[in-house]
Every structure is written in C-alpha cells, then in structure tokens.
Design a binder for this molecule. Structure first.
Ligand SMILES: [Zn+2]
Length: 71
C-alpha cells in the first residue's frame, strides 16, 4: 500500500529558449521532410540517392498505408 505524497516526484519545467525552440523546430521539419520524401516520392529509378530500390522496398508498406501511389 502506498501512502499519498510519500514518493511523489516533482516534474521539472521544460526550459526552452526561442533559439532552442527554433533549432528543434527546424530539425524536426527537416526530418519530417526527409521521411516524406523517402515514403512518398522516392521511386527507385528517380531516386536522388542512387539507382536502387532498397529504400523504396524498405518503406513500401508505409507507402501503401499512407495512400501514396506506387504501382
Ligand atoms: Zn507498392
């Protein structure tokens, strides 16, 4: 049985300055655009990263799950 307040930990506030927030937002946007490119645009033959189908095959199920046209 636990006693109320005995092991209560206090949550620390998240201290984000405007610069840190802008950096995190930028990195998140770049990462999201990369994922969107690999899942939605990369077709293998027109791939920016070489003439292979590895990335396309790796994200193939996600592509169909999200409704991107494929074949
Ligand atoms: Zn497909």
């Amino acid at each position: 049985m636990t006693t109320p307040g005995a092991s209560r930990s206090k949550a620390l506030p998240l201290d984000l300055s405007a610069t840190k927030a802008a950096v995190w937002l930028s990195l998140t946007a770049v990462l999201a655009l990369m994922v969107l490119y690999f899942v939605g645009v990369d077709q293998g033959a027109t791939s920016v990263f070489g003439d292979n189908m590895y990335i396309h095959e790796f994200v193939h199920d996600a592509r169909h799950l999200l409704g991107f046209p494929c074949h």
